[in-house]
Design a protein around this ligand. Structure first.
Ligand SMILES: Cc1ncc(COP(=O)(O)O)c(C=O)c1O
Length: 389
């Protein structure tokens, strides 16, 4: 396949058109070997020595993702957290880092605890406000600006191009957690980012059966070399079966994401008018604060993630939090579970997961829209709202 002459949809569907040279098989094998045979003259002409970071099963998934993101190279990791933390670990103690106030909760906790103890100076900023980012960066001292857009679980939008320009002017690298946007909707490297991260556990794999993470770089750099060696040395690598499943999952990425986007838009519009709902948070609604920026940097949809805030019931005697938990208790088609980006739709009372100190309103339910019929999903949630009140 000439990847320059075909659309990303074709690259994904055919996993770059790969056919096995030896057997003409259209699906790749899974390489389980942990080690490779050395040549009699003591060389390793195969280019592979040990499978911790040289498993051939990684190659295809990494190549497909690199092509979809328009990058130079990609690396698979054992989880989204392993991928994200590798970027921060490639910095030096004392380096200043700017990260969003609203971001994936576990990474935020890691930055506030482990990374800070390790010596990174982490500053959390409202990234929906580019002036706030401009004020936060310290030229020469800030080494990394971390962006997540749309950001969990309020779906706040960061202007990637403007924020990357601010990072670069200060001499910092810009990295984007693009898990929710996916390469179907946004290509951060084209907007100026240096590194794109995915919790591949979510949309890239798409079937709620693999924990995986990825990084893709725009160019070879000293930072990328350090990240490579962190993966090799710390060993946060994916198993070969998971890498193979990830390649298979990416083949249906485009139709899955497009279906989820169309349904999420319909669900958001329906519940925005619902008397039992206080607010719908979805970048595809024109009333959403980040809508204009999202429309500029997301193509073909606003993602499959939204959140709804439930009104209190019984004239105020039942709080929004209680009504939200009761609504989640009454769904049937939606599944009550954490995570996102799978083919099945999930609902989660996010504050219960994040616990004390969360910025998430207690009346908020996070919805991950799958690929079921949108009418069925709306009817199920409608019925749950009625039953909960
Ligand atoms: C936006 C985002 N980034 C990173 C992660 C971490 O990924 P993983 O669970 O694969 O470690 C998640 C997981 O929910 C996520 O939603």
């Amino acid at each position: 396949m000439n990847e320059k002459s075909v659309k990303p949809e074709s690259i994904a569907a055919q996993a770059l058109g790969w056919v096995d040279e030896a057997t003409r098989a259209i699906a790749p094998p899974i390489h389980t070997a942990t080690t490779y045979v050395r040549d009699p003259d003591n060389q390793y002409r195969s280019g592979r020595i040990y499978a911790r970071d040289q498993n051939p099963t990684f190659d295809q998934a990494e190549a497909v993702l690199t092509a979809l993101e328009g990058g130079h190279a990609s690396l698979l990791f054992a989880s989204g957290m392993a991928a994200a933390t590798a970027v921060f670990q490639a910095l030096a103690p004392g380096d200043h880092v700017v990260a969003p106030k609203v971001m994936y909760w576990s990474l935020r906790n890691w930055l506030a605890t482990f990374a800070t103890h390790w010596g990174l100076r982490v500053e959390f900023v409202d990234m929906t406000d580019t002036d706030a980012v401009r004020r936060a960066v310290q030229p020469g001292r800030t080494k990394l600006v971390w962006i997540e857009t749309p950001a969990n679980p309020l779906w706040s939008i960061t202007d990637i191009a403007a924020t990357c320009a601010i990072a670069h002017a200060a001499g910092a690298v810009a990295a984007v957690d693009s898990t929710v946007a996916t390469p179907v909707l946004t290509r951060p490297l084209e907007l100026g980012a240096d590194i794109v991260m995915h919790a591949a556990t979510k949309y890239l794999n798409g079937h709620s059966d693999v924990i995986a993470g990825t990084l893709t770089t725009r160019e070879d750099s000293a930072l990328w070399l350090r990240i490579r060696s962190i993966r090799a040395q710390l060993g946060g690598v994916l198993g070969p079966f998971e890498a193979w499943l990830l390649t298979r999952g990416m083949r249906t990425l485009f139709p899955r994401v497009r279906t989820a986007c169309a349904s999420a838009q319909a669900i958001a519009e329906h519940f925005a008018r619902h008397p039992r709902i206080l607010e719908v948070l979805y970048p595809g609604l024109p009333s959403f604060p980040g809508h204009a920026v999202a429309a500029k940097q997301m193509r073909g949809g606003f993602g499959g993630m939204l959140s709804i805030r439930i009104r209190g019931a019984d004239g105020g005697s039942t709080s929004g939090a209680t009504a939200a938990i009761a609504t989640a208790a009454h769904v049937d088609l939606w599944k009550r579970a954490t995570s996102l980006g799978g083919v099945e739709s999930l609902v989660e009372h996010r504050a219960s997961v994040e616990g004390a100190g969360t910025p998430v309103p207690a009346d908020l339910l996070r919805l991950s829209v799958g690929i079921e019929d949108a009418g069925d999903l709306i009817a199920d949630l409608d019925a749950a709202l009625t039953a909960a009140w």
